[in-house]
Design a protein around this ligand. Structure first.
Ligand code: ADP
Ligand code: PSU
Length: 302
C-alpha cells in the first residue's frame, strides 16, 4: 500500500442511522421513553467519512434512494469531502436505514438494519466503477455486500494488486462472505462476528487464514483488539479507557484508523492498531457515528 493521490475506494452500506436512547432500562413488550438522534451511517460510509476527515482522498461506491434522507446523505458526504460520483441513485426508492436502540449508558440493546438498496450492489452494477477500484490506493468493502459481489472484488484485487480490506457488519451478515476469500488482505470484525466462524478464537483465525484471508483484526470492546497473521500467535493491544457516550461507529472508526495507518506504513501493525484504537476511543465520545471534530491533525501529529 502507498500514500498517494489515488483514492481509497469504499464499497458497501450507506444508511440513515436513527439512535434511540432509552431513558431507563428497557421494558420489553411495552412503550419506553427515549431520546432520538439521526445521523449518516452505514459501515463503509462511516469508514469513508473517518478517512475523509483525516484528509485522505476517498470515493464511495454505494446505493441511495431519491428521498429527503438520500439527499441529506449525499450532501453531507460532499461536505466532508467524500467523492460520491460512483454512488448509484435509485429512483422511487427510500434510502437504507439502521435503528440502534441504546441503553442509558450508550451500549447497544438492539440494532435493526433495513437495507434493501445495498442488495443492488451486484457484480453487474459494480462493473461501471471497476476502473476506479483498479487505480485505487486501497479498496475497503463491507459485509453488507451481496455474496455474489465478493468474487468480483477478490478477483479484481488479485489482478490489480490493489489491497482489499473487508469490514464485517453484523453476526447475521457473516454468512454473506463466500467460502473462498483469496485476495482479502485484511478482515476486520468484532468478537461476536469472529465467534460465527468458530467458538474458539484460535480455531476461527486458522479457519479464516485457510479460506485465504491475510490478516484478521478482531475488536473486543473494552478489551481492545487482537491481530492474527498466518503462522503466528495473535497479538493483543489494550483499548484506551474513555467515558462512553455512544458505541455506534467505534468499530468503523477502528477500521478507518487501521486503513489510514497501513497506507502510510504497510508492515507496521503496531502503528495501525494504535491509530485504530485512538480513533475508536474518540468516536465513543460522540453520539454521531463519526466524530464531527476529527481532522487531518489527528494523523499528522502522530
Ligand atoms: N466500553 C469500551 N471502553 C473502551 N473502549 C471501547 C469500549 N467499547 C468499544 N471500545 C473501542 O472500540 C473498538 C470497537 O468496539 P467493538 O465493540 O469491539 O466493535 P463494534 O462497535 O464493531 O461492535 C474496541 O476495539 C475498543 O477500542
Ligand atoms: O447490517 C448492518 N448493520 C449496521 C450497519 C451500520 O453499522 C454502523 C454501526 O457500526 P458499529 O458496529 O461500529 O457500531 C451504523 O452506522 C449502521 O448503519 C450496517 O451498515 N449494516
Amino acid at each position: 500500500m502507498n500514500l498517494s493521490a489515488a483514492p481509497i475506494v469504499c464499497v458497501g452500506g450507506l444508511n440513515i442511522d436513527r439512535k434511540l436512547r432509552l431513558l431507563a432500562s428497557a421494558l420489553l413488550g411495552s412503550s419506553n421513553p427515549c431520546e432520538s438522534h439521526e445521523t449518516p451511517g452505514g459501515v463503509v460510509r462511516n469508514v469513508a467519512e473517518n478517512l475523509a476527515r483525516l484528509g485522505l482522498p476517498v470515493s464511495l461506491v454505494a446505493a441511495v434512494g431519491d428521498d429527503a434522507g438520500g439527499r441529506m446523505l449525499l450532501e453531507q458526504a460532499a461536505t466532508v469531502g467524500i467523492d460520491t460520483r460512483a454512488v448509484i441513485r435509485l429512483r422511487r426508492h427510500a434510502s437504507d436505514n439502521y435503528t440502534a436502540v441504546l441503553a442509558p449508558d450508550g451500549s447497544l440493546e438492539l440494532g435493526l438494519a433495513s437495507m434493501p438498496l445495498v442488495e443492488s450492489l451486484n457484480p453487474w452494477a459494480l462493473a461501471a466503477s471497476q476502473p476506479l477500484r483498479a487505480s485505487a490506493a486501497l479498496v475497503v468493502a463491507d459485509g453488507n455486500l451481496p455474496t455474489d459481489t465478493w468474487p468480483l472484488l477478490l478477483g479484481e484485487a488479485r489482478a490489480s494488486g490493489v489491497p482489499l480490506v473487508g469490514v464485517a457488519v453484523s453476526e447475521a451478515k457473516m454468512e454473506r462472505l463466500p467460502e473462498r476469500l483469496d485476495g482479502l488482505h485484511l478482515l476486520v470484525m468484532n468478537a461476536g462476528e469472529l465467534a460465527t466462524i468458530a467458538a474458539e478464537a484460535n480455531d476461527a483465525f486458522d479457519a479464516l487464514h485457510a479460506r485465504g484471508v491475510g490478516c484478521v483484526l478482531v475488536s473486543k470492546g473494552a478489551d481492545g483488539l487482537l491481530l492474527s497473521t498466518p503462522g503466528r500467535a495473535p497479538r493483543h493491544w489494550p483499548a484506551p479507557q474513555v467515558h462512553v457516550v455512544d458505541v455506534t461507529g467505534a468499530g468503523d472508526a477502528l477500521s478507518a484508523g487501521v486503513c489510514a495507518s497501513l497506507l502510510k506504513a504497510p508492515d507496521d501493525f503496531d502503528a495501525a492498531a494504535r491509530l485504530g484504537l485512538d480513533l475508536a476511543a474518540l468516536t465513543l465520545q460522540t453520539e454521531d457515528s463519526v466524530h464531527p471534530e476529527l481532522n487531518p491533525r489527528f494523523l499528522e501529529e502522530r
